[in-house]
Design a protein around this ligand. Sequence first.
Ligand code: 5GP
Length: 191
Amino acid sequence: MNQEQGKLIIVTAPSGAGKTSITRYLLNKYPQLSFSISAATRAPRAGETDGVQYHFISLDSFRSKIEANAFIEWEMVYEGNYYGTLKTELQSIWDAGKFPVLDIDVKGAIHVQQQFGNNCLSIFIQPPSVDELKRRLESRGTESPENIAVRVNKAAYEMSFSHQFNKIIVNSNLDEACMETEQVIKEFLDL
Ligand code: 5GP
């Protein structure tokens, strides 16, 4: 077995901090990295496809997977909506000789970190401020005002956990944040 198998990268952040853009940049640049597609019970947004952004599944199916111990971690990230990292998803990425990149919430990230220890690099993307985060979520135009309020409140709470991760990257400038993240990952994986 390849000695490097079993390593993984977690990119976590409050919603709207830019982690999806940073993750996309990394995945485009490094074929050794592979996005870990989570299971989720929320409805797909316009432009989302099952099996690409998420494995969109029903609540019943999600519950069966919890019962079957199929998840590395799972969370009710937002009221009524469940998200989870499937063991089979990570295994198939390692089997392909690649490293999974998990774009997951802060609580999930802490759980994964506890299980994988030094085999895992956890990166917390921090927005410059909560006000800026609110502005970004509003300009994204995908969420209702109620949803934005929920996400902004949660973000303030999540930012208090930033020190629990291996690396904090402040995303004031997206290009710089991408390069900083890239550097940390290259060192960790020896790319
Ligand atoms: P969205 O609904 O905007 O796609 O994602 C909501 C949040 O759920 C994001 O912060 C995302 O990182 C997080 N998330 C996505 N997949 C998982 C997962 O498998 N586990 C956990 N704990 N959080 C996830």
